[in-house]
Unconditional design. Structure first.
Ligand code: CP
Length: 337
């Protein structure tokens, strides 16, 4: 007789999942937001391990509240309080043991935890996934931030009703320190996958990873969207429906703030996002940023607090997307075997 068995799925990049499954996550997110009571305690008795190598405000708190609302037990773990943080235990042993206790494990692992060796954080996440019998959720590594990407495309759908044919400018902005590539990588991949007309805007020397850009090009071909590149703010922002601002580091001096400084300093003023730049966009355009943001360094107060800004609605949706993901991973993802 056929028995129902859950298939373990990890959520390390949205690009790992079929488009139909991402669509399904977005549909559940919409339902979770519209009908929160329907999901209350729906994962009663389940548990989530929240494992952080690095700080977080939104990811940590939205997951903790989501788990509570779904009836789950969330447990916060810092690597400072775990043997792995002292090189006293392997990823293999940590993953196998935690999976014996918990139903799902979320991990945040930034580039500074792997000495800025690009993709090493993602490799470690995938090693956890290899050994864990329970799903691994990427709470942001050095290559991807899939929960943010899911939230962002959901928020764009919510605000703009559709994604196909809408212009988004993914805009670099000045920041005094080199920041990870995970958010721009993930934003580029999800928006090209959903048929948007994407302009990636950044000054010279701040190109994204070639592999990610090539994947994004393929996404655009499949989805019927477009992908263009610009180092000209006026040209890039013109007629945009969505302005997505994020600072990121140069690949040439990845994580090396001292050597990178001369590359970024010339752009400190022009690439601080100002209210007048939004005048180039459509009058009903939305301004997005994943937060945290350094106000008046990355973008002016008049932008972050301005009429185009939806940054708090975007942050609020992190709660709905993580609830949907947990529900999907632990409840919906049953297949007849
Ligand atoms: N956007 C985001 O992931 O925020 P936190 O770093 O605060 O989790």
């Amino acid at each position: 007789m056929a028995s129902k068995q859950r298939i373990k799925k990890d959520f390390i990049s949205t690009q790992d999942w079929d488009k139909e499954e991402v669509d399904k996550l977005l549909a559940i997110t919409k339902d979770v937001k519209l009908n929160p009571k329907k999901y209350r305690n729906s994962l009663d008795g389940k548990s989530i391990c929240m494992f952080f190598y690095n700080p977080s405000t939104r990811t940590r708190n939205s997951t903790q509240v989501a788990a509570f609302q779904l009836g789950m037990q969330p447990t916060f773990n810092s690597i400072k309080d775990s043997w792995i943080g002292y090189q006293s235990e392997s990823v293999k042993d940590t993953a196998i043991v935690l999976a014996r206790y918990y139903d799902v494990i979320g991990i945040r692992l930034f580039p500074n935890s792997v000495n800025w060796k690009y993709k090493e954080g993602n490799r470690i996440l995938r090693e956890y996934a290899k050994w864990s019998e329970k799903p691994i959720i990427n709470f942001e590594d050095d290559q991807f931030h899939p929960l943010q990407a899911l939230t962002d495309i959901f928020t764009i759908q919510e605000k703009k009703k559709e994604t196909k044919g809408k212009k988004i400018v993914i805009s670099w902005a000045y920041h005094p320190k080199p920041l990870p590539l995970s958010v721009p990588n993930s934003t580029l991949l999800i928006t090209t996958r959903y048929g948007m007309d994407v302009t990636l805007a950044h000054p010279k020397n701040f190109e994204l990873d070639d592999d990610i850009v090539n994947l994004a090009k393929k996404n655009s071909e499949i989805s019927g969207g477009t992908l263009t590149f610009s180092d000209n703010i006026k040209e890039a922002y013109s007629d945009a429906d969505v302005v997505y601002v994020k600072s990121w580091g140069s690949r040439k001096y990845y994580g090396d703030g001292k050597n990178e400084k001369p590359l970024r300093l010339p752009f400190r003023d022009d690439w601080r996002i100002k209210e007048e730049y939004l005048d180039y966009t459509n009058s009903d355009s939305i301004f997005m940023h994943c937060l945290p943001i350094r106000r008046n360094v990355v973008a002016d107060d008049s932008v972050v607090d301005g009429k185009h800004s939806i940054v708090y609605d975007q942050a609020e949706n992190r709660l709905n997307t993580v609830k949907a993901l947990l529900y999907y991973l632990l409840k919906e993802n049953d297949l007849e075997k």
